[in-house]
Design a protein around this ligand. Structure first.
Ligand code: MSP
Length: 508
């Protein structure tokens, strides 16, 4: 069995989760589920990033201890995962002792090797980004908005000798064309490496920031942000154990944290530590709302839980995975969401399942007939399987869902063409009716398997309604072979019922 280890970024807990966070988890979950359906031994890691100045400040504002604040906020993120139905194997929290131990061990190793040094540094410090910036970061003589307030400070700190690895990283980036997906983003790393890399400040004096991980070689200092957060990928991979899952096959991240955080810092940290590199980065774009990035800093956000409450987790999952072309940005629109729910999910997908089950009950007392599968539909199923597999191997969920939608439409069209209600009127056409019903039962079964990575709750309900007593989501089972013949279907229940909009309710 092939091993497959996939991660998401870990979210800052200084604000509530929004649709952008939810998307990343659902994207990674769809890939994890897809790989499981192919028979891989999957390890899926997600979690939260709990240290740093912003968390300390937010806790202070509320008058609670940072740990209590983190406990409460992390619960919101964990709950989001539950509501989304993500199939993660581990939920990482950077305040866990096991993580802190690995961070300390790595810092000590780099310090012993001379890759971490102490130096007084006078410079500009961005309060919002919690990092030193240089005049090179200015645009037209001003600090860009993203840095917030920039102040001049003088402070001795520990630095990671990143500059030493610049040439190595350039060669590594050049020699690994598949390292970053989509591939054009590798250029951002190569571009950043055209300028000399400075060394990375990795510490804060405890007097200024206490909510971090103490440096093992100087208890007056803590590390925070990247040297803490990035290490989670290794520290939660069962590091040091016999069944350790490192290296990650896929790190799922947003485009804002590829350069410099992952593509430069993380890659060099691993190199310096002598740890194998992750195989690939899957870099997704941003969800926008009203033309701007969804962000808790600006408050321009959509609450995923509200959508889940109203439409269900699968509708949410379907919408984000169908609407965003992986790697590009997408715009959230409530109208578009409602439209996809009504049309793709309700009228097409849900309706097909409902029609199939209802007709098997009406015309055959619920028993799925044994009959040959329509060859055109069988061919369409094979084509869909190939298309879904190719799309998912390229992380392109929107293309996979497009294929599934096409098969759904084809099957609905088949029902209209063959008109089982007419065949049922003529006993001489009983064999034809059997073939239509057997074809529909198998198509619905296969659609359930192929759709499982995206809409897992619905997929489980389809198998229940088909009367299958053991769920089977193996991709290998998604072939049209009439294996349900002789089984009895269950109650048809609408998968995506019509939802009145608040506007409808107000109408007279
Ligand atoms: N804590 C760091 C990541 C550390 S990973 C070792 C962080 N946290 S975050 O909460 O700001 O973002 C978490 C993830 O959500 C990132 O991958 C980020 O790109 C993603 N998103 C945040 N806003 C987003 C959108 N509007 N759209 C899509 N994803 C975006 O960065």
């Amino acid at each position: 069995m092939a091993s497959f280890f996939i991660t998401t970024a870990i979210d800052y807990v200084n604000g509530m989760p929004h649709l952008g966070h939810a998307y990343e988890k659902v994207l990674a979950d769809a890939i994890a589920r897809w790989r499981r359906s192919r028979g891989d031994d999957v390890f899926f890691l997600t979690g939260v990033d709990e240290h740093g100045q912003k968390v300390q400040q937010s806790a202070q504002k509320q008058g609670v201890e940072p740990q209590a604040f983190c406990d409460e906020m992390s619960a919101h993120f964990r709950r989001l995962c539950e509501r989304l139905g993500t199939s993660h194997d581990r939920f990482a929290r950077t305040t866990e002792d096991s993580h802190k131990r690995v961070v300390a061990q790595f810092l000590q190793q780099l310090h012993d090797a001379g890759d971490i040094y102490f130096e007084e540094h006078e410079g500009f410090y961005s309060v919002r980004q919690e990092q030193f910036v240089t005049e090179k970061d200015m645009v037209d003589g001003r600090w860009p908005e993203i840095f917030g307030d920039v102040v001049k400070t003088k402070e001795p700190n520990y630095f990671f000798r990143m500059s030493k690895y610049q040439d190595w990283l350039r060669t590594y980036a050049e020699e690994h064309p598949h390292w970053i997906f989509p591939s054009f983003r590798r250029n951002e790393i190569l571009g950043a490496l055209e300028k000399p890399l400075g060394d990375l400040c990795i510490s804060r004096p405890k007097s200024r920031l206490s909510w971090g991980i103490p440096l093992p070689f100087d208890p007056e200092y803590v590390t925070y942000v990247w040297f803490d957060a990035l290490v989670n990928y290794v520290s939660f991979s069962k590091w040091g154990q016999r069944d350790c899952r490192w290296p990650a096959d896929v790190h799922t991240i947003g485009k804002d944290i590829l350069v410099p955080a992952h593509g430069i810092y993380w890659t060099i940290m691993l190199k310096a530590l002598g740890i194998e590199q992750p195989r690939r980065f899957l870099v997704h774009g941003w969800w926008h709302l009203r033309g701007e990035k969804m962000s808790k800093t600006t408050g321009n956000v959509v609450d995923p839980l509200e959508l889940i409450d109203r439409f269900g987790a699968d509708a949410f999952r379907y919408y984000v995975l169908r609407e965003m072309a992986v790697g590009q940005d997408a715009d959230f629109s409530p109208e578009n969401f409602a439209q996809r729910y009504r049309s793709d999910l309700g009228n097409d997908f849900g309706n097909l399942v409902n029609r199939a089950i209802s007709m098997i009950r009406r015309y055959r007392g619920g028993n799925i007939p044994s009959a040959p599968i329509d060859p055109d539909i069988a061919a369409a199923i094979h084509e869909t399987r190939d298309g879904v597999a190719a799309a998912m191997d390229d992380f392109e969920t929107h293309r996979a869902l497009e294929r599934i939608a096409r098969l759904t439409q084809r099957a609905n069209q088949y029902v209209d063409e063959r008109a089982p209600w007419r065949l049922a009127k003529d006993p001489a056409l009983a064999a034809d009716l059997d073939a239509v019903l057997a074809t529909l039962a198998d198509t619905v079964r296969v659609l359930g398997i192929l759709a499982e990575p995206f809409i897992p709750h619905t997929a489980a309900r389809i198998q229940q309604q088909l009367g299958m007593d053991k769920p089977d989501f193996r991709f290998a089972a998604s072939v049209p072979d009439g294996r349900l013949a002789g089984q009895t279907v269950g109650e048809p229940q609408p998968l995506f019922p019509r939802i009145e909009s608040p506007e409808d309710r107000r109408a007279p």
